[in-house]
Design a binder for this molecule. Structure first.
Ligand code: PRP
Length: 192
């Protein structure tokens, strides 16, 4: 029988739980400093930083990150989907929008992984058109090797040079492995 945490299906554990949580702590501290001391907060009404998680992969990262802030933050969730084969490369569709307007707010988009860059650039266009006070991007993993369109990332947990198939800590293969506490490289025999 498989271990409950599927370690036998991993070619390697890339980032163990402790390393991820330590990195999340450092990122939350940096964001806090930037928005409280470095002038990144631009909302004229001084409302809390709004974290926006991109479903479904960012859910685990967002939950851990949000709980590390010593300052008030709010969060909302959106859902997007890539169009399938036969459409323009990088075409993205909004599946579930934000609950509230973001005009005048300080918005920090939270992703689990940035790959080609198309999703984040679609969201950047969609969000900046709504006139937030500021818009920045945070990702746990930046898969640099797969980039197809230029993008700016303000906070990165881990930059990944190799194009490896990673799962865990929100990231899935066929909807499995999202709840693993670590990030691992799936053995090719488990990629069907
Ligand atoms: C992943 C990830 C990003 C997107 C990045 O989502 O969460 O939203 O892919 O890819 P890109 O840079 O090539 O656009 P996915 O489509 O796997 O859905 P999920 O979050 O539900 O797992």
């Amino acid at each position: 029988m498989d271990s409950p945490q599927f370690e036998d299906r991993m070619a390697k554990i890339l980032f163990p739980k402790e390393e991820i949580l330590q990195r999340v702590k450092v990122i939350a501290a940096q964001i806090t400093t930037d928005y409280t001391q470095n002038g990144f907060a631009k909302d004229p009404k001084d409302r809390p930083l709004l974290l926006v998680g991109v479903l479904r992969g960012a859910l685990v990262f967002l939950a851990d990150l949000a709980r590390r802030f010593p300052i008030p933050v709010e969060y909302d969730l959106i859902s997007v989907s890539s169009y399938g084969n036969g459409t323009a490369p990088g075409a993205v569709r909004l599946v579930k929008d934000l609950e509230k307007p973001i005009e005048g707010r300080d918005v920090l988009l939270v992703e689990d992984i940035i790959d080609t860059g198309y999703t984040i650039e679609y969201l950047r266009r969609s969000f900046t058109a709504r006139n937030p006070a500021s818009f920045r991007v945070c990702t746990l993993v930046d898969k640099v090797a797969r980039r197809e369109t230029p993008t700016t990332i303000d906070y990165t947990g881990f930059a990944l040079e190799e194009d490896e198939f990673i799962v865990g800590y929100g990231m899935d293969y066929a909807e499995l492995y999202r709840n693993l506490p670590y990030i691992g490289v799936l053995k090719t025999e488990w990629i069907g």
